[in-house]
Design a protein around this ligand. Structure first.
Ligand code: KG4
Ligand code: ZN
Length: 419
């Protein structure tokens, strides 16, 4: 089978996308490009990644460009919104240009432009939206406003034929939610974080542990650094940490208490080792392993309850039900292994996009644009008057119903690799 110009290797390697696209029977190649298939440009600037991609309706990625701000924010000790805004401003034109050039598609031939407009950092969202408004006007193209978390939830459908409804766990730097995806813009919210998101907790723990001082972690996000360092740690050396929310039988999450405990533990260990501020603990890997483990247990427990709730209420097909996991934290292999134990025990299929598509990127936005274009959902003739929304809920909230069901989750023996 012919490969797409820029990223075909990426998608055909799993074997899924080729058959998914073929099943839809829409692939027509001409001079290495997909002809006759509608093509959408996606633009992502909701947080600290400037991304753009050109994707066609068979799910082929024709071109992509991504510029990460991670290294800058590691130096400043976290994302400073005005700095993120400035970096998006400096990158946006180049990133869009690179994605279009890699695709070989002229802006005139786009079927639509899709851009993240919610939720996210106001100043970051504003850059992508302002750029899109101008482009939509210049090329007279339809505009598709995108909800960032909806895009994370649907990315998996670019990879393989996952039918609605499915259960989806979204774990990122800004969000933590369990949803039943019933359609492109039809979600039931089973539970969400009551305070911070797991990525935020991991980022802050990594910063507090000075992980960026380890040369091999210098360019990694906090979550990535925790996963990397935790591989050589033993969480049993730090048994002080506890899984959050053991007494509430719902599908909500909480990570703020865990972060407080982690900070207290680090302070105590620093005192024991007689360290000055900025010096790295000898037991840093053990703490990283313990934090990662507690985040994992909490996420796995709530997800297990969500699966049992869906079974009880008949919200998903009795056979071949899927759990999709996405968002930056879903790149974490330790968390994936624990979730596999849960899906094996409940006869669900676990599906995760590759790490590269779990973290923010333009491809997921372009694909969400394709999904909305095909479904005829919120395809606007102009981008004038569209506002960005830093906070934006997703789905119909049925978390009260989940809490009232008060489902007890049986203890599971985790996969031996989840030590
Ligand atoms: O989805 P994403 O790219 O941006 C948001 O929408 O927030 O997620 C970013 C988050 C960061 O907190 C980052 O530390 C975390 O995803 N992350 C990870 C890993 N890679 C990225 N967390 C745990 N393990 C990883 N391998
Ligand atoms: Zn994200």
């Amino acid at each position: 089978m012919a490969m797409c110009k820029a990223l075909g290797r990426f998608y055909t390697s799993e074997g899924h996308n080729a058959s998914w696209a073929a099943q839809r029977g829409k692939i027509l190649f001409h001079s290495g490009m997909c002809a006759l298939s509608r093509v959408v440009l996606g633009i992502e600037t909701s947080c600290d990644d400037t991304g753009a991609a050109v994707v066609d309706e068979t799910g082929h990625v024709l071109g992509e460009a991504l510029r990460s701000q991670t290294e800058v924010h590691l130096k400043t000790g976290g994302i400073i919104p005005t700095v993120a805004q400035q970096l998006h401003r400096e990158s946006i034109a180049g990133v869009v240009h690179d994605a279009l050039r890699a695709s070989g598609i002229s802006p005139n031939d786009l079927a639509a432009i899709a851009t993240t407009v919610k939720p996210g950092l106001a100043l970051s969202l504003g850059v992508g939206l302002a750029y899109s408004v101008q482009m939509v006007k210049q090329y007279q193209k339809p505009f598709i406003p995108i909800h960032h978390m909806e895009a994370h939830a649907l990315t998996v459908r670019l990879m393989e034929p996952v039918d609605f409804p499915f259960l989806v766990l979204l774990i990122s730097g800004g969000h933590c939610m369990l949803l039943v995806a019933r359609g492109v813009c039809d979600f039931l919210l089973l539970g969400q974080s009551l305070d911070e998101a797991p990525g935020d907790t991991l980022d802050k723990a990594a910063r507090r542990l000075y992980l960026a001082k380890h040369p091999e972690c210098a360019a990694m996000s906090g979550g990535q650094a925790i996963e990397h360092i935790a591989q050589r740690g033993n969480r049993l050396h730090c048994e002080e940490l506890r899984m959050p929310m053991t007494h509430s039988l719902d599908c909500n999450f909480s990570f703020a208490g865990l972060r407080t405990h982690v900070n207290r533990l680090i302070l105590q260990k620093e005192k024991e080792e007689g360290l000055q501020e900025g010096q790295v603990l000898t037991c840093v890997a053990d703490i990283a392993a313990a934090v990662q483990h507690m985040v994992t247990l909490h996420v796995a427990k709530r997800t297990h309850r969500a699966i049992l709730f869906c079974k009880k209420e008949g919200l998903l097909p009795q056979k071949n039900a899927c759990l999709v996991v996405s968002g930056g934290v879903a790149s974490n292999q330790y968390i994936r292994r624990a979730l596999r134990t849960v899906t094996d025990a409940t006869e669900f299929t676990l599906l995760c996009p590759p790490p590269r598509l779990c973290t923010d990127n333009g491809i997921m936005i372009a694909w969400n644009g394709i999904e909305r274009l095909c479904a005829g959902l919120q395809v606007l003739h102009t981008a004038e008057g569209v506002r960005y929304e830093p906070k934006a809920p997703l789905g119909t909230d049925i978390s009260d119903q989940v809490r009232q069901a008060a489902i007890k989750v049986p203890r599971l023996k985790l996969n031996p690799e989840v030590k």
